[in-house]
Design a protein around this ligand. Structure first.
Ligand code: NCD
Length: 341
């Protein structure tokens, strides 16, 4: 694809060479993300970081990524703090904000809303999650992490065996990751969910049509054998018609060290897009796994910054100029080792 000036709305936009281009730029940006060098390549540029749904890591990492390239960030964090609460259309909001910024990142509770917004924007728009639909930057950082973890096991992405566990119906991170992995060869998907929370049939059919192996499971223990990656997800409570219905699924699948030891291959990598639900009734990913070296959740979050930097660099066409505007960091920086949890 042509990255310069593009909206990033869905992983369907990418082919394998696009993904590899993003990852190559991300690798090149590592010294800036790990604070050994600073760059001012986006000095003067403004990001509007528009989050109309709760977010911690996606919002802060997009903002930090832009700052780390030398740009400035403006933010709105709630519908009620924006003019959408006064009845303004997405069209008008997009037209206005695109006059104030060079790029816009947006999260919104409605599927398709970010695309509608992008149509009225004069600057590139990056989808940070549109309801239950897609979360492209999360899928990219997850795949970048998978690539690193598999390299540590002497493997690549082709032939990967992955179990996706939990709310696969409403989980947009799962939707985007499944489709993104579909660009590789011979992926085995173990889709582990309650029957009512299976992945949308269109996504499963698309993977099967590409000759990947797609197996469904309704019990955790049955689905986590013989895989390289466990990708655990939270019940997306906010997407259910009511709280009672969401509560039916809380705590149904719980991965902990005992379950892992009994059912998983040694060194199976454990991932989660986060946040994990640590309330006692949920705990889909138990904190007793925190000492397990195969727990990659904070390697994922660290990679979120670097992958989002790469997206900005490509869309704003500065990937080639980053080092020309750089210098060593002069302040104290805490040690950041790529391999640490
Ligand atoms: C995910 C999301 O918002 O879809 N979170 C994130 O961006 N890391 C997953 C979730 O909220 O469960």
């Amino acid at each position: 694809m042509q990255f310069v000036g593009a909206h990033i709305l869905s992983v369907d936009q990418f082919d394998r060479s696009d993904i590899e281009r993003i990852f190559a730029v991300a690798d090149d940006l590592r010294p800036y993300a790990t604070r050994s060098r600073v760059t001012r390549v986006l000095q003067g540029a403004i990001l509007s970081n528009m989050f109309f749904e709760p977010s911690t890591r996606t919002r802060i990492s997009f903002g930090s990524a832009f700052n780390l390239l030398g740009g400035e960030v403006r933010e709105t964090t709630e519908v009620k703090a924006s003019s959408l609460a006064k009845g303004e259309s997405l069209h008008d909001t997009a037209r206005v904000l695109s006059g104030y910024s060079d790029v816009i990142v947006m999260r919104h509770p409605e599927a398709g809303s970010v695309e509608e917004f992008a149509q009225a924007s004069r600057v590139p728009v990056l989808n940070a999650g549109d309801g239950p639909n897609e979360h492209p930057s999360q899928a990219l950082l997850d795949l970048y992490t998978i690539k690193q973890e598999m390299a540590g096991h002497g493997k690549g992405i082709d032939g990967l065996r992955i179990a996706l566990i939990g709310d696969l119906r409403y989980g947009r991170a799962v939707h985007s990751l499944c489709k993104l992995l579909g660009h590789y060869d011979d992926i085995a998907y173990h889709l582990v969910s309650p029957p009512e929370l299976e992945i949308p049939p269109g996504i499963a059919d698309g993977l099967a049509a590409k000759r990947h192996r797609v197996l469904s499971f309704h019990e955790l223990e049955a689905g986590i054998h013989n895989v390289d990656i466990l990708y655990v997800t939270r019940t997306q409570e906010e997407r259910f018609p009511n709280q009672d219905e969401a509560d039916r699924y809380r705590g149904l699948f719980r991965l902990n060290q005992a379950v892992y030891t009994q059912h998983c291959e040694p060194n199976t990598v454990i991932m989660h897009p986060l946040p994990r639900d640590s309330r006692s009734a949920a705990q889909e990913l138990d904190e007793d796994l925190d000492e397990n070296p195969n727990l990659a959740i904070f390697r994922q979050t660290d990679n979120g910054v670097i992958v989002r930097m790469a997206l900005f660099a490509l869309v704003l066409d500065v990937a080639g100029g980053v080092h020309d505007h750089s210098q060593p960091v002069t302040w104290f920086t805490a040690k950041r080792t790529p391999g640490s949890a």
